[in-house]
Design a protein around this ligand. Sequence first.
Ligand SMILES: NC(=O)c1ccc[n+]([C@@H]2O[C@H](COP(=O)([O-])OP(=O)(O)OC[C@H]3O[C@@H](n4cnc5c(N)ncnc54)[C@H](OP(=O)(O)O)[C@@H]3O)[C@@H](O)[C@H]2O)c1
Length: 295
Amino acid sequence: MKILVTGANGFTGMHLCINLVNKGFDVFALGRGDRKLPILDGLFYYSVELTSVRTLLKIFDQVSPDVVIHTAAMSKPDICDLNREDCLLNNVEVTRYLLEASRHFPVHFIYLSTDFIFGENGPHKEEDTPGPLNFYGESKLQAEKLILQTELTTTIIRPVFIYGPVIPQIRPSFIQWVQQKLLKGEQIKVVTDQLRTPTYVMDLCDAIATILIFQKIGIYHIAGKDILSPYEMAITVAKVLDLDAELIKPVTSETFPEPVRRAKKSGLYIDKAIRELNYTPHSFEDAVKLSFLKR
Ligand SMILES: NC(=O)c1ccc[n+]([C@@H]2O[C@H](COP(=O)([O-])OP(=O)(O)OC[C@H]3O[C@@H](n4cnc5c(N)ncnc54)[C@H](OP(=O)(O)O)[C@@H]3O)[C@@H](O)[C@H]2O)c1
């Protein structure tokens, strides 16, 4: 099976490419700029600007993919809000171009969306009514609508607050930020009044593999099983790494007036994934332990 992955230099994309190659798939990784992925058998890298339709069509012709996993996005809500046209181009139009390029092949198109398509009152189920609170969420919802309109075989996956191990050249996730600050003895302020169901990237990759192997279609919430605030997550990191938890100061969102709105109570229910994909996510504490294991 030939799998084309976009966003291959991003946090999720890099993990996903390596995870799928390790499972024996041929992976065609599309990333912006120079290759950050290691050299592995079955892993082919293309430096691509996804807004170039002509380049996309050429790559699809060369690769003839069976599965497309679209993880690329302008993924920072604050930046999306300040650069709305760019956000629409990268998050909505690029999705349209990829769907168009996929039309000529019988592909299974898998789209990575987000819990940000919802508003308050989480955790949310797959069928809950969307109501994004910021422009990033709005753009991801518009892309979801394109996915739902196409005649291709499609799956929408919604993760939440993705974290996991670092690999060479990857950007750090929240847990490494906490680790680095505490190692330097710096005090950090972390919010107590936002609730999330953080997603361990390895659980996400395994769920995506199940989805593509068994051609599961529709919408799946793929998140963690624990409902935690960033403060609780930071305390767990300190505990697991035996670092000074006294440096972590609990604050409310009012301490950091954010440029865009974020839900206080977000998070996603994962019952459908547990039932239909046999999804068995790690606890947050176990996943943090695994993320910092020396390899
Ligand atoms: N991280 C989370 O907590 C989270 C939670 C829920 C859902 N998601 C969704 O999951 C997906 C992966 O998230 P992530 O945090 O792993 O993302 P990320 O680290 O920000 O990586 C996204 C990648 O997409 C690339 N990209 C964006 N526009 C592109 C374009 N026009 N052409 C080529 N490459 C382009 C970016 O390149 P540059 O770096 O060069 O810009 C970046 O490497 C996204 O769709 C996001 O919306 C993420």
